[in-house]
Design a protein around this ligand. Sequence first.
Ligand SMILES: NC(=O)C1=CN([C@@H]2O[C@H](COP(=O)(O)OP(=O)(O)OC[C@H]3O[C@@H](n4cnc5c(N)ncnc54)[C@H](O)[C@@H]3O)[C@@H](O)[C@H]2O)C=CC1
Ligand SMILES: O=C(O)C1=N[C@H](C(=O)O)C[C@H](O)C1
Length: 225
Amino acid sequence: MLFLVLGKGKTGSLVAEIAHERGHGVRALDINENRGASALTAPTLAGVDTVIDFTSAEAAVQNMRAVLALGSRIVVGTTGWYAHLDEMRSKAQKRGALLYGTNFSIGVQKLFRLTAELARLDGYQFSISETHHNTKLDAPSGTALTLQEIIHAARPGSYVPITSHRVGDAKGEHIVTANSDIDVLELRHDAASRRGFALGAVRAAEWLAKQQPGAYDFRDIFDQL
Ligand SMILES: NC(=O)C1=CN([C@@H]2O[C@H](COP(=O)(O)OP(=O)(O)OC[C@H]3O[C@@H](n4cnc5c(N)ncnc54)[C@H](O)[C@@H]3O)[C@@H](O)[C@H]2O)C=CC1
Ligand SMILES: O=C(O)C1=N[C@H](C(=O)O)C[C@H](O)C1
């Protein structure tokens, strides 16, 4: 397959490397080559199976609009753009295809499922802590917001605080705590490197290349990879 990776930063560069290792053709663009989604034209996208975006929230929205308008497929790992989720889902259901996820690590997908199970416990106060590198632009992390959404689905209206920490080059740690007078339970995922995110994104792009137009959440499809 041929993938076009948007963003040559910490994660995008690893996505390009892993896609190459898995035998795919890879092209990559950074901001200077694609400001305002300017490179995302029909000639650029001709022959591209899936675009993969690890940029910024603002750029990802511009990139999704451009890619979907041309009927192409895009995997979005970038976080912080979810105020536009309904718009992007609606576009992708008509033309092109969109697969998004706050976290492409399979370990975190398991954390999401374990959290849904834990959140069914009565008599506990739930809270979330996340720790990332000090260049991260969004807080709380997209993953922490997903964890909060999962707990709220089980316990509507409950107060679930998120604490964000920014430390050195931390790759991404998430802890869900359930606290009662009797005991404390914790679920913790700590990324040792960014490889899990990048590998998940490449496998997602391989999967999306074979799908019909539509909007897909990585949480719903990762079992199919
Ligand atoms: N869903 C997931 O599993 C993961 C999501 N992320 C998210 O991915 C995003 C990027 O994270 P990092 O790689 O750490 O950031 P980074 O800052 O290292 O890299 C972002 C790159 O995107 C480039 N860029 C900005 N606008 C662009 C445009 N219009 N076209 C092409 N390139 C453009 C920047 O120049 C920069 O090189 C963040 O939103 C982060 O939260 C990061 C890791 C995992
Ligand atoms: O910016 C990062 O680095 C990460 N961002 C994602 C998030 O916001 O949850 C996923 C991962 O934790 C790394």
